[in-house]
Design a protein around this ligand. Sequence first.
Ligand SMILES: NC(=O)c1ccc[n+]([C@@H]2O[C@H](COP(=O)([O-])OP(=O)(O)OC[C@H]3O[C@@H](n4cnc5c(N)ncnc54)[C@H](OP(=O)(O)O)[C@@H]3O)[C@@H](O)[C@H]2O)c1
Length: 305
Amino acid sequence: MTDNATQHWVMVGCGALAQWLGCSLIRRQPTLSLSVLHRQQRLRSCNYRLSTNNSEMTIELPTQHHDDRVADVVIAAVKAYQVSSLLRQLNQAPWFTDKTHLILSFNGMHSEPLTPLVSVNQQFLVTTSGVTRDHQGAHLHGIGQSWLGPMATNNVDVDNVFDTLAEAIAPLQGVDDIEQIRWQKLLINCAINALTVVADCVNGELLKAPYQATLHALLSEACDIAAQHGYHFDVEQSLQQTQQVLSQTAANSSSMRQDVLAARPTEIDYLNGFITKRGRQLGIVTPVNERLWQQVSAISCDHPQ
Ligand SMILES: NC(=O)c1ccc[n+]([C@@H]2O[C@H](COP(=O)([O-])OP(=O)(O)OC[C@H]3O[C@@H](n4cnc5c(N)ncnc54)[C@H](OP(=O)(O)O)[C@@H]3O)[C@@H](O)[C@H]2O)c1
């Protein structure tokens, strides 16, 4: 990997996390060559905007379709249901090579294996930061903890990429087993997101007594599935962590509730849907996750399988 001054990084799309990551990278590394893989191929440039409660930043970035430079790094923070088509697209892109370092970030898990990639350097980024977006840009509500770790064991020379990202979005922790963090986040998302949709409430409502049995049951089923993958989580401890997240985000609407209210597709198939489908494959019943999967699918524009 070349040094930062000569590296070319590509951000996928203009999503909430992409705008936060892109603006944070340029703030710390103004000379980094950064472009955007935009859906509208005719666009020559696009703006990333990031606001916080006390700052605002706008950068104009060239689009990748008008730049044939090989990408050293691609950062793809996309919805779980967008991952497969993106990977197929990247595999065909002339600027995405076996030397390109892919950083993928999304909530939830896929029941089927993802398309194998041309690139051998693949890492997963997990974050608890909170960013929303509207037509004006992205708004950073709070910087949380982020983790970066290899998706496969054959990663080479990733220190340089880690350092660049860590400077931009600290605190960032490098981990050997990113799957452990992904499962932990999956449990919490499975407990909170769908229930806020069905109860039509902000996160803090779920701290009330009537929801505790459902939260416990959701986590218990998800912990059973995680254990089958070698990840052992204590149900009571997971419930405490979930309650902690609910307290810290009490006034917030979960991303899934925001998606339903805005008539956008949700990631339910990759959260409670994933737990249910994996349970069926393993012969483990997960009735509480299954019911929420069906309920959210019925009121959103998703279609349960
Ligand atoms: N936002 C947060 O605070 C946060 C925190 C932690 C985790 N996450 C997770 O991180 C993932 C990304 O979240 P997000 O909030 O950033 O989602 P988002 O705002 O919907 O961003 C996804 C972006 O990727 C674009 N995109 C997808 N595939 C593309 C392709 N092939 N070519 C070009 N652009 C493409 C989408 O474009 P279109 O709009 O045109 O589809 C969209 O702009 C989700 O799984 C989310 O659950 C989010």
